[in-house]
Write a protein that binds this ligand. Sequence first.
Ligand SMILES: Cc1cc2nc3c(=O)[nH]c(=O)nc-3n(C[C@H](O)[C@H](O)[C@H](O)COP(=O)(O)OP(=O)(O)OC[C@H]3O[C@@H](n4cnc5c(N)ncnc54)[C@H](O)[C@@H]3O)c2cc1C
Ligand code: SF4
Length: 333
Amino acid sequence: MRIFEFIRPPDTATAIAAAAQSKTAQQGADVRFMGGGTTLIDLMKLNVEFPDRVLDINRLPLDKIDPTPDGGLKIGATVRNSDLAYHAKVQRDYSVLSQAILQGASAQIRNMATVSGNLLQRTRCVYFRDTAMPCNKREPGTGCPAITGHNRTLAILGASDHCIATNPSDMCIAMAALEATIHVQGPKGTRAIAFGDFHVLPGNTPNRETVLEPGDLITHVTLPPPITGSKQLYLKLRDRASYEFALASAAIVLTIANGNIKTARIALGGVGTKPWRSPEAEAALTGKPANDATYRQAAEAALRGAKAQSENAFKIELAKRCLTYALRTAAAS
Ligand SMILES: Cc1cc2nc3c(=O)[nH]c(=O)nc-3n(C[C@H](O)[C@H](O)[C@H](O)COP(=O)(O)OP(=O)(O)OC[C@H]3O[C@@H](n4cnc5c(N)ncnc54)[C@H](O)[C@@H]3O)c2cc1C
Ligand code: SF4
């Protein structure tokens, strides 16, 4: 294995990765990009990931946060999670993103972790990380022991008969609610992917988690112009107060006028196999009075399709209460 190759021009990085003709740019691939390494190196130590080459992308000029001409924000792929969370414009105009990042991991990890690495962090399902166990995500076709085993923290939305793993990211939940766009440079050129289209449901190919293709390098993420007067909140419920993944979380971006909800963007974390935007909750909120009855109806709508596993039925009510409380708190802010 050749590790820590430093890459400068992005097209060199994508050419090397594409030449490897791996299944995708980031899963089971021979060539892997490395941001902070807080996911990738962990998994390499566990023998879950074993790329031939690791390309360190930290010398690429992708570490800036800049305004866009339309009033939005451009966030480079290697911007550190801490730098993004404490950026003045993010704290002022996209506070849900700042809140979500700061409730994830630890200060040390946030100082290392990059935006692109966070977008592609892997599940915390215990079987995925234990090579003594079968796992469809790690080794397609071997089975999913979580379905009959330990699944307390796993997904209640978007699961399949092949995988019930939760997407663990906090940052992604806020980005889903903010309608971010992910920008990629690959062997065929550049393209922009709407946040909701980036992660894919497990279906019968849980080894594939995103629409990235061989050689695709995430270069940056853009946020649309901020919504004037929006009330934003990220609420995360977990087993302990810090350094723990969400059992349920909610990202809220609301506007309210004359006591009625004008616009609502809602995403849920800790419950879905991908960052879970809820158009059902948004429809239940839009145009309705900003009160507890409306918030609970939205929560019921958001979780209507939820399916419990043997150990995680509690998450359905927990997620409903999380969303209801987050909406009430955001509306009152
Ligand atoms: C103990 C611990 C606790 C944690 N707690 C939380 C938590 O509570 N909430 C939470 O949200 N997260 C948590 N995390 C996860 C953490 O947020 C991620 O590990 C981190 O965001 C990954 O970023 P990175 O830059 O280190 O990724 P890396 O490890 O460098 O990369 C991750 C993946 O992305 C790929 N990649 C990186 N950059 C690119 C690119 N530009 N283009 C294409 N592919 C790329 C890599 O090949 C790899 O597959 C925790 C992690 C640890 C270790
Ligand atoms: S839930 Fe997914 S990641 Fe976990 S064991 Fe099953 S297939 Fe593997």
